[in-house]
Structures are given as structure tokens and as C-alpha cells.
Write a protein that binds this ligand. Structure first.
Ligand SMILES: Nc1ncnc2c1ncn2[C@@H]1O[C@H](COP(=O)(O)OP(=O)(O)OP(=O)(O)O)[C@@H](O)[C@H]1O
Ligand SMILES: Nc1ncnc2c1ncn2[C@@H]1O[C@H](COP(=O)(O)OP(=O)(O)OP(=O)(O)O)[C@@H](O)[C@H]1O
Ligand SMILES: [Mg+2]
Ligand SMILES: [Mg+2]
Lengths: 255, 255
């Protein structure tokens, strides 16, 4: 079971949007993704559910009470599964601090989960802050996706992620495979191509070939509580997220 | 001296962009703003300075060593002043927890500062997380500006800010004057007007009349390490931030 963490500590770069729509692309290919909302802001949870669960029935229950992850899953979109977030997750940083056992908590929880369920892929939506929750996601992941919203400030954020990952790899004693993904890619602006050139320079083969086009339908779909495939399957955004899925399926996770 | 905190826990809504360009609008009107970068990601600091200061010469020095704020100021753009951020600020949450004395730390620091310097306005750029730093900004502010990047997810973030402020007002024993500001306002998209209608419904007279247009020059200027007025004073974004300044100057801070 592949575990993909979507993280960039820069805000608003398309983390939630990418988790939502990459999962929906998987569903369209008859795969079964499990989503874990790791953001105390609960944006993914609010899109996919009609009522927020109590804190004990959310990912917070796993951290606070060691509730097994499979007991926290709720269905979405027929074949998908979600472990919801809750605003109480904001306390995880202060409850736990940053010792090595807390950093591997999610990793072990997922090891146990995988003995019980058969999702193909686990997608982790992170908040724009590298605290205990996002570190849990990084330590649990087989692959990290770092979205870059085709502007200079989010490119800077991605560079910081790269620096942080290199530093963490000494601790983790392994390389975290990652891919940098240009989102909100607006071909009408020369800035988009300037950012793309720099990203190619900085990240080389780790920059995804697929780009996610700026596409207003993608921004509208959350209001309808839908992913882009349900909202408008002919939209450019749907096409791009499917292309991204195909590119990711071809990655050999050893590199 | 007016203290304006710019906060929305939603990422990428234009907090840093608004602090930068509102300050630049003030400079263009011969006012003298002091900027305080309260984001451990240091985006504002990186735009305005050529070299990041050591942690002791940043806002972190105020929190860790009680260094007076006026000793931490550095100049920018001839007449402006900045207190730089540093990534060590990420530790402030865990060092201090959330007792009442830490929450008023910045407020008292600014009270002392105002005896020594004569800036007209202090602008606080917050990170997308409501921890000790952003709470310090809220507790110190005479006015909060909450940017909304004209999409549904950032509107939801703004609604959460409103809920949080109402809850905090019981603790603060005062109402925090605030204004909600539509940014990245793209008149080509019907979604912009849908979001605007909802914002008018939710925030009424607290929604700014001024909107900040989607304007690629605004997104390009950080790469040149410039605000929009220096980068292209004829740009729509410059015009809009000047109009925002004029609207804010007319607010009676009692409401
Ligand atoms: N390809 C796209 N085209 C148009 N709009 C997009 C696209 N991708 C994302 N958006 C919009 O940009 C905004 C920010 O995206 P999103 O919330 O997914 O970013 P995020 O990185 O998860 O933010 P945060 O840091 O707050 O968690 C949302 O309103 C989203 O709908
Ligand atoms: N009016 C605008 N027109 C075009 N681009 C804009 C506009 N306002 C902001 N941007 C761009 O949108 C991106 C996000 O803006 P910014 O970094 O200021 O948001 P933020 O709320 O400070 O983000 P964070 O939550 O990460 O601190 C930046 O690349 C910025 O240049
Ligand atoms: Mg998100
Ligand atoms: Mg910012």
C-alpha cells in the first residue's frame, strides 16, 4: 500500500485540492484510496462529509486514545475512505512535543491498519506548518508530493521543504522519494514559465512532468462538496489530475 | 499609533502581499509604517532584506531574551522599518504555551516601543496558524484585516476567523475591530462574484468596499524583492492598495 504525503509549508498551494482530486482520479480508475485529513482546519473533511465528527471519532482519537485507525474511517464517494480531521488536532504539537516515538506514531498506526484493510493508496493532506502532524506524515510516507502554485513565493516554500527533507534524511536514515508538482499553472502568464524554469533548475527529475492547469472549475468544486471529476469530468483539471495519477503510477519508489 | 494585524489561518490568501503593499501605499503617502514579520517562514523578511538576521536580532530575540523591539528594527525602502522574523519563531508555541501573560507579550512590547519611536502604523504579518504568535498579534491589534482570496475555501477560513474572534472577545473583554478584504479578485470569473455575495452576507459592513484585483504584477514583485509600487506603480494592484489605504484611513476604530 503506497503512502503519499502532500506537504508544502507555504499556504494555499493546492495541497487539499491535490489530495481530493488525485483520490478522485484513483476512484475513476477503480482504485480504492484512503484519505487522511491531517489539517486541524479540516478543509478536506468539510468537503467530503456532511457533519464533522466528534474529536474522538477523528484522527485526534488516534493520537489521544490510540484508537486504531481502521475504527476511524468513514466512507466517501461510494468507494473511497476518509479518516476525518478535527480542530482538536491543533493540540497534538503541545501534547506530544517532538520525541522520536511520537514522530513514528502514524507510521506504526498505518502498519497496523494495513493488516486489516486493503486500500491501494493512502493520501495524507497536511497543514501549512511543519509540526508534529506534518512530521508524522513525512515519517510515514513512501512518497511526498510538494505542490507549487506556479508563483515565486510558493517556489521558495518548496525550496525550504527540500532543505528540510535533506536535513531529516539524516535522522530518517533513508531518502524520502518526492515529487514537486506545479499547480494553478496559468499559461497566459509569463511568470508561470519563469517559475517553471527555476523549478526545473532546482528539482530536476523530481519536478513532475504533469502540471495542474489553473482551472476555475477546480476552485468551484469544493463549494458543491465535490471533487473535479464529479463536478465536471470534462474539465481541464480532471484531465490533469488523471495524467498526474498515470505519471505517479510509473514512478519506481526506489527513486 | 495604529496597530493592524493581518491574519487568516487559511494559507495563501494574500496576508504577506497585503502587509507589504499596504505599507508601500503608506510610504507613497509619506507615512512611516513599521512592519513586524510574525511568520517563521520569513516571507516578508526575505522580500525586504538581503540577508536574514541571526535569531537574536529577529523577533525571536524579543520572545526569548526580552530584547526591546526598537533594538530589532531594520530599515527598508528608505522610510520604512521592519522587525524581521526567523525560523526559530516556530519554537515560541512550545516554549511558552498559552498563558495570559504570553498572550499579551507583544502588546506590552509595542506599548514600550511607542514611547521611543514615531511610526504612524504598525502592520503585523501572521502565519497561517492560530498559535501563540498570531494570538499575540490579535491581542496587540487595534484592527484586524482578514484577506479572502475570492475562492470558497478561503471564505470558509474567514468564517472560522470570525467564530474565533467572537470567542476570544469574551476573553479580551473588548471587540476587535476587523475588516474582511477580498484579494486576488478576478472579474473574469463568476465564482468571484458568488464569493463576494456570500462575503457580503456573512460580514456585512465589515467587508471592505475596496477589493484587490488579481494582478500578475503583484505576484511578480516579490521575485524582484519589491513591493508593487516600486515594481510597477501603474499596476492595478498599486491602485487597489492605495484605495484600500484610503478606505482604512476613514475607519473610526471604535467600530
Ligand atoms: N488548479 C487550480 N485551479 C484553480 N484553482 C485552484 C487550483 N488548485 C487549487 N485551487 C484553489 O486555490 C485555493 C487554495 O488551494 P488549497 O486549499 O487546495 O491549498 P492548500 O495548500 O491546501 O492550502 P492550505 O495551506 O490552507 O492548506 C483553493 O480555493 C483551491 O480551490
Ligand atoms: N492581488 C494578487 N494578484 C496576483 N497574485 C497575488 C495577489 N495577491 C497575492 N498574490 C500571490 O498569491 C500568492 C499567495 O500570497 P501570499 O503569500 O501573500 O499569501 P499568504 O496569506 O501570506 O500566504 P501564507 O499563508 O503562506 O503566509 C503569492 O504568490 C502572491 O504573490
Ligand atoms: Mg489545505
Ligand atoms: Mg504569508
Amino acid at each position: 500500500m503506497r503512502r503519499i504525503a502532500v506537504f508544502n509549508q507555504k499556504g494555499g498551494v493546492g495541497k487539499t485540492t491535490s489530495v481530493l482530486n488525485l483520490a478522485a482520479a484513483m476512484l475513476s480508475q477503480k482504485q480504492s484510496p484512503l484519505l487522511i485529513d491531517m489539517d486541524p482546519q479540516c478543509h478536506l473533511t468539510e468537503i467530503l462529509t456532511d457533519a464533522l465528527p466528534g474529536s474522538q471519532r477523528s484522527l485526534f482519537g488516534f493520537y489521544q486514545n490510540n484508537t486504531p485507525l481502521d475504527e476511524l474511517m468513514v466512507p466517501w464517494n461510494d468507494a473511497g475512505l476518509l479518516i476525518p480531521a478535527h480542530r482538536e488536532l491543533a493540540k497534538v504539537d503541545s501534547i506530544f512535543g517532538k520525541g522520536p516515538s511520537i514522530l513514528n506514531r502514524l507510521r506504526s498506526g498505518l502498519d497496523n491498519l494495513e493488516k486489516k484493510i486493503s486500500a491501494d493508496t493512502i493520501l495524507l493532506d497536511c497543514c501549512p506548518y511543519l509540526g508534529v502532524l506534518s512530521l508524522n506524515a513525512v515519517f510515514a510516507a513512501d512518497l511526498m508530493i510538494v505542490p507549487i502554485s506556479s508563483d515565486f513565493l510558493s517556489l521558495q516554500g518548496a525550496q525550504k521543504v527540500e532543505k528540510t527533507l535533506k536535513a531529516l534524511e539524516n535522522v530518517l536514515k533513508r531518502r524520502v522519494p518526492r515529487r514537486y508538482l506545479l499547480t494553478c499553472y496559468d499559461r497566459r502568464r509569463s511568470m508561470t514559465f519563469d517559475v517553471e524554469k527555476l523549478a526545473q533548475q532546482y528539482f530536476g527529475p523530481e519536478l513532475c512532468q504533469t502540471v495542474i492547469s489553473e482551472n476555475v472549475a477546480v476552485a468551484e468544486s469544493p463549494q458543491a462538496k465535490q471533487d473535479i471529476f464529479r463536478y465536471d469530468s470534462h474539465a481541464k483539471g480532471a484531465h490533469d489530475y488523471l495524467a498526474l495519477l498515470q505519471e505517479l503510477n510509473n514512478i519506481d519508489l526506489a527513486g
